[in-house]
Design a binder for this molecule. Structure first.
Ligand code: G3P
Ligand code: CA
Length: 265
């Protein structure tokens, strides 16, 4: 039987000003203060008291998992300079060793020069070191067939499927419903979420395998939130809502007013 996972709203120890306050999850790490999806961004979140961080995971040509948002390396690394002639610099066209050579910090600011694209393994290690928690997004799964099993394998290898992590330190989410369903089938004990705002009439089918539904803040309506909260997820608790695409202060205010569990900002 799957062990019960604690909802983020109960498990979170982030900067919550008071009981019932929305949980703040650092989007791509503290990506306003350090280059997104790097260890520097994780540390920046830690220094600001943010326990939960969100990241994006993809796969290299040789099957390593790396933390990166865009489908290409162009915007957030110096891949164009280091590997001219390898356009369009798709993540999946480069080996882990090649990606490890890239500077993933200079684009953000000179003091981050030399920051690397972290492997998922290194990223998890840093979160453990900082005692932080992870909302892990599987990015572009169609480009990486079988990535769900790879992610699960890596989480297991790094101790992230042990009782303590599963109970209150990990959620796996994606825009891809089939991908989230697959993760749930592989590790039903792990909390999962889908990104988006499916119509209320279709919500019940998601409740079989997701614990949270995470829309853009602008897509929220009271009716939709009520419809989500009415359902219970696979771990027997009401579904939760974490909204994104909104600034921190506005987001927290709006989340509180709307009665949702938190913001990814
Ligand atoms: O977690 C929500 C958010 O990360 C989804 O959008 O494009 O930033 O990955 P994106
Ligand atoms: Ca993301």
């Amino acid at each position: 039987m799957a062990m019960a996972a604690v909802p983020l709203s109960a498990a979170g120890t982030g900067p919550r000003p008071g009981a019932g306050s929305p949980l703040v999850i650092a989007h791509r790490g503290a990506s306003r203060h350090a280059p997104e999806n790097t260890l520097a961004a994780v540390d920046a979140a830690y220094r600001r008291g943010l326990t939960w961080v969100e990241n994006d995971v993809q796969r290299t040509k040789d099957g390593q998992l790396v933390v990166m948002h865009d489908a290409t390396l162009k915007r957030t690394t110096d891949a164009e300079k280091v590997f001219p002639g390898r356009a369009p610099w798709r993540v999946g066209d480069f080996t882990a060793v090649e990606i490890a050579r890239l500077d993933a910090g200079s684009w953000f600011g000179p003091r981050f020069a030399g920051e690397r694209v972290p492997t998922l393994a290194r990223y998890l290690r840093r979160l453990d070191h900082n005692d932080q928690r992870l909302l892990l997004e599987i990015k572009y799964p169609k480009a990486y067939p079988g990535i769900e099993a790879g992610v699960v394998r890596e989480l297991r290898r790094r101790g992230w499927l042990n009782r303590a992590h599963v109970r209150s330190r990990l959620v796996v989410q994606s825009f891809c419903v089939a991908c989230v369903k697959r993760v749930h089938q592989l590790v039903p004990q792990v909390r999962t979420g889908i990104l988006g705002s499916p119509p209320p009439a279709g919500l019940a089918r998601y409740a079989r395998f997701v614990d949270e539904i995470n829309p853009r803040m602008s897509a929220l309506s009271s009716r939709w939130i009520k419809a989500v909260h009415r359902l219970r997820g696979p771990h027997g608790r009401p579904l939760e809502v974490y909204a994104w695409d909104v600034g921190k202060n506005t987001g927290v205010r709006e989340a509180r007013a709307r009665g949702i569990e938190g913001v990814i900002t």
